[in-house]
Design a protein around this ligand. Structure first.
Ligand SMILES: [Zn+2]
Length: 398
């Protein structure tokens, strides 16, 4: 890594080099977001890696104000923002290349008490969108694939922000790609550009929200429609009609459980009986960090004993070995990973609709639709197979 002089007057040349170094550091760590956070006399730089925030390595964790200002200007110029505007929020984007890998960067600025904060969302173009790489158990994979072969219906993916819903939707679209099908999507924004799919981004500046896009897409002879998120009554209404009239509709809701999603639909004024007949599959999911294969160590007998609980024992009795032998491990850490973890995978609960589950949906019997316990059980199986840790499962299932 070249030395960057962090002296008071930062030249344009230095600012360009500094931006490249900072992006490269974030990219090498596998960050999804880079935060430039103004402090009283400096700027701190943190990034989100596998869902958790951490500092960039020194000396790029804190920059003097002059270098920070130059960096902010550099990023604003790259993303076509107005560099003179430092008070109103702005958005922009640009593309950046790290060796052979390209990344789409969306950038957002918002002035706070200590100055202007930038957040860069790094969207790698070569992401793993294979359905069988998302973490689904073999039986769940069969269930999802089976529902994707149906010509109409609604597949709903639930989970909080950052639980991997979009990636699952993209992997379903990828699975469906075929010359005999017309695949379209309405998204806010388009996170991963997929070839052969007509993806339309919401643009509120021109009044292009989900419902007008959906209505227009329905006039474009679609077979499969992906709606980024079910979040208002109007688009829910159009989505339901689409799913009833010979289209397969894939969508998501920001809720922590399937029961909560059904309550939200009811709150939006959705006809729950019609919804129950449209729905073919509901997924609830979370993302956990994957233990690094290079440095993880088997758990000691004493530590294993501490894990033992009724739920652990029940999950162990259920575990059919589909993720591998019983070998719980602990995080260690090595130069190839982040504190013992590298990458993430999904843990899931899946509800395939039948007559009994339809009644649960119509009556919104939240206790019986509480899918978090199912997600947690699958998380425990992945602890048993040494893919993640109990702390990770606890962190994402609450
Ligand atoms: Zn490691």
């Amino acid at each position: 890594m070249p030395d960057i002089p962090l002296y008071n007057a930062v030249s344009l040349h230095d600012a360009i080099a500094l931006a490249d170094i900072v992006l490269e550091a974030a990219a090498t760590a596998g960050a999804s977001d880079l935060h430039l956070e103004p402090q009283p006399k400096s700027m701190r730089l943190r990034m989100r890696v596998d869902g958790l925030m951490r500092f960039l390595q020194a000396p790029f964790d804190h920059l003097p104000a002059s270098a920070a200002d130059a960096l902010v200007v550099r990023f604003k110029l790259l993303s076509n923002m107005d560099i003179g505007e430092r008070r109103r929020p702005q958005d922009g984007s640009f593309q950046w290349q790290l060796q052979s890998r390209k990344v789409d960067i969306r950038i957002s600025s918002l002035a706070g008490h200590w100055g202007e904060k930038l957040v860069l969302r790094l969207q790698w173009q070569q992401q793993n969108t294979q359905l069988d790489q998302q973490g689904l158990a073999p039986t769940q994979l069969t269930q999802v694939r089976s529902q994707l072969t149906k010509p109409q219906g609604l597949i709903l993916v639930t989970g909080p922000t950052g639980s991997g819903k979009s990636m699952l939707l993209y992997s379903c679209l990828k699975q469906l790609q075929a010359p005999h099908l017309n695949l379209v999507s309405a998204e806010d924004p388009v996170e991963i550009a997929l070839p052969d799919i007509h993806q339309v981004a919401v643009n509120t500046d021109i009044g292009l929200n989900y419902s007008p896009i959906l209505r227009a897409l329905l006039r474009q002879d679609p077979d499969v429609i992906m709606l980024g998120e079910l979040r208002d009554a109007d688009s829910a209404d159009v989505a339901l009609k689409a799913a009833q009239t010979g289209h397969l509709l894939l969508t998501s809701m920001h809720t922590s459980s399937i029961g909560e999603a059904m309550h939200r639909c009811h709150g939006l004024g959705v006809d729950m009986l019609a919804l129950s007949y449209c729905l073919s599959l509901i997924v609830n999911q979370r993302l956990v960090r994957r233990l690094c294969d290079l440095c993880k160590q088997p758990m000691s007998a004493a530590a294993l004993e501490q894990l033992s609980s009724d739920m652990w024992q029940a999950a162990q009795a259920d575990y059919d070995g589909c993720y591998g032998q019983f070998n719980p491990c602990i995080a260690v850490g090595c130069p190839s990973c982040n504190e013992g973890f590298r990458g993430r995978f999904g843990i899931f609960d899946i509800l395939v609709m039948d007559q009994a589950t339809r009644e649960l949906v119509v009556e919104r019997r939240v206790d019986q639709l509480d899918s978090v316990a199912g997600v947690r059980r699958q998380g425990l199986w992945r602890v048993m197979s040494g893919d993640t840790t109990m702390d990770e499962v606890n962190r994402v299932t609450w």
